[in-house]
Design a protein around this ligand. Structure first.
Ligand code: CP
Length: 315
């Protein structure tokens, strides 16, 4: 794989291959030496134009576990603040000869532009409301660990779907693996047009008891340029996932960060059904698998990847 820009670019077999590679790295992570030496001397640049805790830290850890050099550039404190354009920033960083650039941008399509400007493999770490493919892959990884497979499973994605790149990426990934996806939330945040993505659209949570998995989304106030909700109190009354709505047999996911007490009540975040910490943990091994795909320009079923056993003397 040359770049990872969108889940739409992946076939089911590509997703399965990345998940299998991630499982290999999860085994490595259980060993005393958690690094593989295969990518020593390669350079990964993390270029973040938006805030991030999970994605940025796990890409950094993933690159370090693959023994690459890692350069972290965030727009705050960089020459972006002096007005340097994305093109000029990428040209400047490309002078260091990166093998991969991981980019998060508020602008949909920015990673595709970077892929055209740089010789590096590009990974989309979130672009506007468009895509967050590695989030979807790690979510699928966690669900398959828990459920075995997703064929015929009912997954409800609840909340601010309109502004969510996670919702778009996850819906595509879940459907490619055979799940049935429902978007649920107020009509202003879950417009009927979203049914074009092949998902059912609901404006109440009356039937949420039918879901196998509830995937809650953050209200993205920073992307709301107008009033989408009459009040926060009304939203929480109608759409918050709490212990009254979450059944014992259901699984709960959220990409983070959570608005505690808004889309999720405090008690369900720490409930046994919650997979939120497992999602964070999976970020490292799934992003290792994605970086390997991009760094090899091929796929992780490649024998070269299968040979990546840890070598303590090199780690
Ligand atoms: N889920 C996610 O993208 O979190 P961060 O914004 O903290 O990276």
């Amino acid at each position: 794989m040359r770049h990872l820009l969108s889940i739409a670019d992946l076939e089911r077999e590509d997703i399965e291959r990345i998940l299998s590679s991630a499982a290999f790295f999860a085994d490595v992570a259980d060993r005393p030496i958690k690094k593989v030496p295969s990518f020593r001397g390669r350079l990964v640049i993390n270029l973040f134009y938006e805030a991030s805790t999970r994605t940025r830290s796990s890409f950094e850890l993933a690159a370090k576990r693959l023994s690459t050099d890692v350069l972290n550039v965030v727009s705050s404190g960089s020459s972006v603040e002096k007005g340097e354009s994305l093109h000029d920033t990428v040209s400047t960083l490309s002078a260091y000869g990166p093998d991969a650039i991981v980019i998060r941008s508020p602008h949909a399509g920015a990673p595709a532009l970077v892929a055209g400007w740089s010789g590096a493999g590009v990974v989309n770490a979130g672009d506007g409301k468009h895509q967050h493919p590695t989030q979807a892959l790690l979510d699928v990884y966690v669900l398959r660990e828990r459920l075995g497979d997703l064929d015929g499973r009912s997954i409800w994605i609840v909340g601010d779907v309109l502004h969510s790149r996670v919702a778009r990426s996850c819906a595509q990934a879940f459907r490619k693996l055979g799940a049935e996806v429902t978007f649920a939330g107020p009509p202003t945040l879950v417009p009927n047009e979203l049914a074009a993505l092949g998902c059912e659209v609901r404006h109440t949570l009356d039937d949420i008891g039918d879901a196998d998995v509830i995937y809650a989304l953050r209200l993205q106030h920073e992307r709301m340029s107008e009033a989408f909700l009459p009040s926060l109190a009304e939203y929480t009354a109608n759409y918050q996932i709490n212990s009254r709505r979450l059944k014992v047999r259901q699984l709960l996911m959220h990409p983070g960060p959570v608005n505690r007490g808004v889309e999720l009540s405090g008690e369900v975040i720490d409930a046994p059904q919650s997979l939120i910490i497992q999602q964070v943990r999976a970020g490292i091994v799934v992003r290792m698998a994605v970086l390997v795909e991009v760094l090899t320009g091929s796929h992780a079923a490649d024998p070269a990847v299968q040979r990546m056993t840890p070598e303590p003397q090199l780690a």
